[in-house]
Design a protein around this ligand. Structure first.
Ligand code: ATP
Ligand code: MG
Length: 901
């Protein structure tokens, strides 16, 4: 079977068992503070498991793109080294939401593997949970019994909490699980060593393929387990591993999922891929590098296609690091010194056409982003290599001179006495500040016969980790539940005041500051999402107490209000009031964003896609894919279209519940990387103009926006531009200020008829005058040159001049000094000048005197500057100083003589 057929067979099988097929959620997670990337198929159902949202159907199945590169599930360091852990992989899954449980889940899993896929039973091993006394968890006897009815007893193994109790993260849904492992060793090996002893022992031919989890608990902060409202089934099967066993291969990379990519990389690098290479073999590093590239390009491309651009922090930084890991391997082991990774994007996009189309439709954009990142990281690598080589030179000469080198950084001080050791702190700074990978430093060190002081390196790394952890610790308490109510109602589309009750609350401590978070049964507060900021406002209680809401955020299905304190009477009914002024300005900016988006598609083309946005009460910011700077004419055109639509006062058409599929066929604008449910909300301003899927709040008619003004256009990343704009009062104030500025200018210029022309002639005149002044200064210093040349005193074979000159600036004095140097040999020149009360000294010494007499202009000028209460420096033959006491200039000139006497 091909990989495509294998995937389809999985989905078909579960459809035949009454499951609906759902689309993969985006790989980038937006509304869950505990998770950056989707790490399992169940993530998108987390709130269903927790009982915070209803299930759309009792049974579902899908293939989910997953990324395991951070947090609890992090396989990054294994990837490429082994043959069955990937950064991005597809997880095939089937779910029961409070519907079927262990019996069906186990029976169907077995049926699919042994009857549909026809895997030999004697190569399959099962594990079940043995229980855990410390956690008070019982042994999973039920699963054990169910398996015994299907599988030979010596192929069923007990497993501990580490392997057989699955958890999504530090907190969240979890439960006991049963894994299915496959032994793909040749028969001879299997006869020698019992496969059962190799299960969960990191053997690369005895690997886990499927995990069937019985979701029963919620892991709370602090570690306690809370039973879930219902029992669920959550399974996850690694697609690439399944394909490998079905295609009879010993490595995921030997299947048709990866071979086209591996072959392309091998061809372009002019090297062979050796699947059988072992650590220590001559071609081992090359094999690892090819696997790393073939793997990492998937994580990078899908993350970017889902809206996560590489950046300097959080999720963006994780993606940047994966990309750099790939570039480093290709640079170091495959000889790619020019950008290469980006060439893989199209191949991948074609491969996933029809499976994950979001990449195919954005492949040019993704390629461009990858290319730009590569170019910049390759520059980093080159810079790092230069720094490294400079260090070695410096290092050797210092150790040669004084026997040791002391290296100081923000992370400590290190003294190195061994001449073949690179300071760990240097390696750390190279890595931390310049992004230069430590393993590359080590490799280059080895090539030069050096080692890196890894003890110091690790110490600095540790120190930095401790610092950043201390800066970012957020301690989130468990919810205190007051009412059982899990269907929070959002009333904010219709009103800004709602009577409500507190459902639950919790305490959050960040940077030593305590805050509370509150969930209400109904709320008009909009929670930050889709770029629109969360509402602010008040909760007003019957006894008059007012609790301020400083922000509102979404957490899975919940709307969480951020407050500074808890109300006294938390059980009372309260009135939740959104700040109406802020909300109304935010509405204007949000609706204007839609008009802007539509206008841009008209003016710039349909390739313009939203890549991020921010809408608050002050302004709007819109990032979009476009490859060139938007010209002033284009901006003016866009502005004109938006303002035209504002004047037309188009009423808002809001449809709260449209079938997603219908909305898409009607031509709405949907965003990549956004997770849409079966039903969506459609916001329309004129059917033929702007139609977007959107959850945000809007004006009732476009006239409310008042006036729209673009204030900035800039680049944010490769292929991504940004427009910032304002509306309503803010735009009015902006225009008024601009007008005032023009009025001021007119007044200064005595109200000329043509302001622009008058400024132009002012500039012309100014340029002319400047030229004339320069000319006259030049004349003056030439005159001075001849005068000073007459004043030479000859002392000990030195032609000494020390004079005060009346020149207007340092440039003129320097000019004079250089001219004198040309006509007077063995010159020792000191010039004193006073620039509008600022004293200055200039010392010029002929090169031969510097060499022969050991004179140094830098040292001398520093000494002389004491007389004018100042300081300075420069080179041995030319140096200058400034000061604060012009009355000391004569004394300085007098002192100068002592250096030649
Ligand atoms: P392993 O012990 O092999 O790392 P796991 O216990 O972390 O696996 P689960 O969290 O149970 O795996 O995930 C379910 C399935 O997803 C696994 O059975 C496996 O087939 C697949 N899988 C997990 N991690 C990866 C990965 N990094 N790359 C590819 N497939 C994976
Ligand atoms: Mg794992």
């Amino acid at each position: 079977m091909t990989a495509t057929e294998i995937r389809q067979a999985f989905l078909d099988f579960f459809v035949s068992k009454g499951h609906i097929i759902v689309p993969s959620a985006p790989i980038v997670i937006k509304n869950d503070p505990t998770l950056m990337f989707t790490n399992a198929g169940m993530n998108q159902f987390k709130d269903i498991f927790l009982g915070e949202a209803p299930a759309k159907a009792p049974r579902a199945a899908d293939t989910q793109r997953c990324l395991r590169v951070s947090g609890k599930h992090n396989d990054l360091e294994e990837v490429g080294i082994d043959t069955y852990h990937h950064t991005m992989f597809e997880m095939l899954g089937n779910w029961s939401f409070g519907d079927y449980f262990k019996k069906e889940a186990i029976a169907w899993g077995w049926e699919l593997l042994t009857e549909v896929y026809k895997l030999p039973k004697d190569r399959l091993y099962i594990t079940y949970f043995e229980g855990d006394d410390k956690e008070g968890l019982e042994k999973d006897t039920e699963s054990h019994e169910l398996w015994k009815a299907l599988v030979a007893e010596d192929h069923i193994l007990r497993g501990n909490k580490k392997d057989n109790f699955w958890e999504m993260g530090e907190t969240g849904p979890c439960g006991p699980c049963s894994e299915i492992h496959y032994d793909s060793r040749p028969d001879s090996e299997r006869a020698e060593i019992d496969g059962a002893t190799l299960v969960n022992a990191d053997h690369d031919q005895v690997i886990e393929i499927w995990n069937i989890v019985f979701m029963q608990f919620n892991r709370l902060k602090g570690g306690a387990l809370q039973p879930l409202p219902a029992k669920h089934v959550d399974t996850g099967m690694g697609f690439e591993r399944l394909v490998r066993v079905l295609q009879g291969k010993s490595s995921n990379y030997d299947t048709d999922v990866f071979q086209p990519m591996i072959q392309f990389i091998a061809d372009k690098s002019g090297k062979q891929y050796n699947s059988k290479s072992k650590p220590g073999d001559a071609d081992w590093n090359e094999a690892v590098a090819m696997r790393v590239l073939a793997d990492h390009i998937r994580a990078i491309s899908f993350a970017i296609a889902d809206g996560q651009l590489p950046s300097n922090n959080k999720a963006g930084y994780v993606i940047r690091r994966i990309l750099r890991r790939a570039v480093r391997y290709s640079y170091q082991y495959l000889g790619f010194k020019e950008p290469f990774l980006n060439q893989l994007v199209h191949l991948l996009a074609d491969q996933f056409k029809g499976v994950f189309d979001n990449l195919y439709s954005q492949k040019d954009f993704v390629q461009k982003v990858v290319l730009e990142e590569e170019v910049s990281f390759l520059r980093t690598l080159e810079k790092g290599i230069t720094l490294f080589e400079d260090l070695i030179k410096d290092h050797n000469s210092k150790i040669h001179e004084s026997g040791s080198v002391s290296y100081v950084s923000g992370f400590g001080e290190e003294n190195v006495t061994n001449k073949n050791v690179i300071p760990g702190l240097f390696a750390f700074v190279l890595n931390d500040t310049h992004g230069f990978p430590i393993d590359l430093t080590e490799l280059m060190a080895r090539e030069k016969g050096f080692t890196v002081n890894m003890v110091e390196y690790e110490a600095a790394l540790q120190e930095q980790k401790t610092r950043s952890r201390a800066a970012s610790v957020v301690d989130t308490g468990d919810w205190v539940v007051l009412r059982d109510n899990d269907n929070v109602e959002f009333t904010g589309y219709d009103e800004t005041e709602t009577v409500a009750h507190v459902v639950k609350y919790r305490k959050v401590t960040a940077k030593g500051k305590e805050q509370y978070q509150i969930v209400l049964d109904k709320t008009p507060f909009y929670a930050e999402s889709g770029g629109q900021v969360g509402d602010r406002g008040e909760l007003v209680f019957p006894d008059g107490e007012i609790v301020k809401v400083t922000d509102t955020k979404k957490e899975n299905g919940l709307i969480v209000h951020f407050v500074d304190k808890l109300p006294e009477d938390i059980d009372d009914a309260l009135t939740a009031i959104v700040d109406p002024a802020l909300r109304s300005q935010t509405n204007s900016n949000h609706s204007a964003t839609h008009l802007l988006h539509a206008a841009m598609k008209q003016v710039l083309g349909s390739h313009v896609n939203q890549k991020g946005s921010l809408v608050n009460s002050d302004y709007l910011r819109f990032d979009f894919s476009h490859f060139a700077k938007v010209t002033d004419e284009e901006l003016a055109q866009i502005e004109a279209i938006v303002n035209q639509k504002v004047r037309e006062n188009i009423p808002l058409k809001e449809e709260r519940s449209v079938l997603y599929a219908e909305a898409i066929t009607s031509g709405v604008t949907a965003l990549f990387g956004e997770k849409y449910g079966e039903y969506v909300r459609v916001i329309t301003f004129e059917d033929t103009f702007s139609k977007e899927l959107c959850g945000g709040t809007h004006v009732k008619a476009t006239g409310q926006i008042g006036f729209f003004k673009i204030v900035a256009e800039s680049a944010v990343a490769a292929g991504v531009r940004r427009i910032e704009a304002i509306t309503g009062v803010a735009a009015e104030v902006y225009i008024t200020n601009q007008n005032q500025l023009i009025d001021q200018l007119k007044e200064l210029l005595k109200n000329p008829k043509d302001l622009a022309k008058s400024v132009e002639s002012l500039l012309d005149e100014n340029a002319k005058l400047k030229k004339e002044i320069e000319k006259s200064i030049l004349e003056k210093s030439s005159g001075l040159k001849n005068e000073l040349a007459q004043k030479v005193e000859s002392i000990n074979g030195i032609n000494f001049i020390a004079q005060k000159v009346a020149l207007p600036n340092a440039e003129a004095v320097k000019n004079l000094a250089y001219q004198l140097k040309d006509i007077v040999t063995d010159l020792f020149l000191v010039l004193a000048a006073d620039f509008d009360g600022k004293p200055s000294l200039t010392v010029m010494i002929a090169e031969n005197l510097v060499k022969e007499k050991g004179l140094n202009a830098g040292n001398i000028v520093r000494e002389l500057a004491k007389e004018i209460k100042g300081g300075g420096g420069g080179q041995p033959f030319f140096a200058t100083a400034g000061g604060s006491d012009a009355s000391g200039l004569d004394a300085a000139l007098a002192k100068a003589k002592s250096f030649v006497g």
